[in-house]
Design a protein around this ligand. Structure first.
Ligand code: PMM
Length: 268
């Protein structure tokens, strides 16, 4: 899954693809580079971020979704708003990626159930403005698995088919670095739920800190090698997808993994 943030303020690429034309061109480029899905988002979720209002979020994403979908690209819409999800699906999006797991908008589960599309339910504890104050766990793996299971129960009760639900541990969302690493180690537990699993480690701060400290942390634009390594390990753990900014690096990592294992190309 390649990332197209149509935002002025995302932590890793904020502002670069804010112009719709640039965002569309970027999505097409990531698709040509071998992404299987392009994830279009109009709201930054960086720690401390303030939310755009709904008309502004719609304005940012709708043309980008429509043009990419019109070019036969498989598009997911990264939104916490039911109305935005609904409009994006009407414009051709095939997956709704909700970092709040349908907690952010009480209408989301019903909209997704009615649309009959895939739904990414990410682990989330509250909006970005103060989410890091919620990074408290007894046992991060058990707590995240339990809170995700509660989302699955709520979604299926609203009519979402269980096989449509993709689970995501929500790396960096109300998580400290040690929480992210524990969740990555426990990916097989999430895979064992039988749901498809998506992982979003790309360019996140904890990867900048691997083997470094606060003084020597890799900047966001120097975290793509670290990201690609996590893509290969995530594939080993059996995940369905990885959400990344640099598609070429992850495709390379996955090609090396396949060759190492004596597997053939996956056809794209
Ligand atoms: N992370 C971000 C945004 N959307 N969606 C899913 N499913 N999982 C994630 O980990 C995730 C996400 C934040 O990263 P960005 O600002 O680089 O897009």
């Amino acid at each position: 899954m390649g990332v197209v943030n149509v935002t002025p303020d995302s932590f890793s690429d904020g502002g670069v693809w804010f112009d719709p034309e640039a965002a569309i061109a970027h999505g097409l480029r990531l698709w040509e580079q071998g992404a299987d899905i392009i994830d279009v988002g109009g709201e930054s979720t960086r720690p401390g971020a303030l939310r755009p209002d709904e008309p502004e979020e719609m304005r940012r994403i709708l043309r980008v979704v429509a043009e990419l979908a019109g070019a036969e690209v498989v598009v997911s819409i990264d939104t916490m708003r039911a109305a935005v999800a609904q409009a994006a699906v009407a414009s051709g999006a095939r997956i709704v990626n909700d970092v709040s797991g349908a907690l952010g908008d009480p209408a989301m589960a019903e909209v997704v159930a009615a649309a009959g599309v895939d739904f990414v339910a990410m682990h989330w504890r509250g909006h970005s403005v103060d989410m890091q104050s919620r990074a408290h766990y007894d046992d991060v793996v058990a707590d995240v698995c339990r809170e995700l299971a509660a989302r699955v129960a709520a979604l299926t009760a609203a009519g979402v088919a269980p096989e449509r639900i993709i689970l995501d541990p929500g790396l960096g969302f109300a998580k400290l670095p040690e929480h992210n690493w524990a969740l990555l180690r426990a990916l097989p537990d999430l895979v064992a739920t039988g749901h498809r699993v998506l992982v979003g480690s790309s360019r996140k701060r904890f990867l900048g800190l691997a083997g470094r400290d606060e003084q020597t942390i890799r900047p966001a634009d120097a975290r793509d090698i670290a990201t690609a390594v996590t893509s290969a390990y995530a594939a080993d753990a059996g995940v369905w997808g990885v959400r990344v900014h640099d598609v070429v690096a992850t495709r390379d990592a996955l090609a090396v993994r396949r060759a190492w294992r004596g597997e053939s190309e996956d056809g794209r």
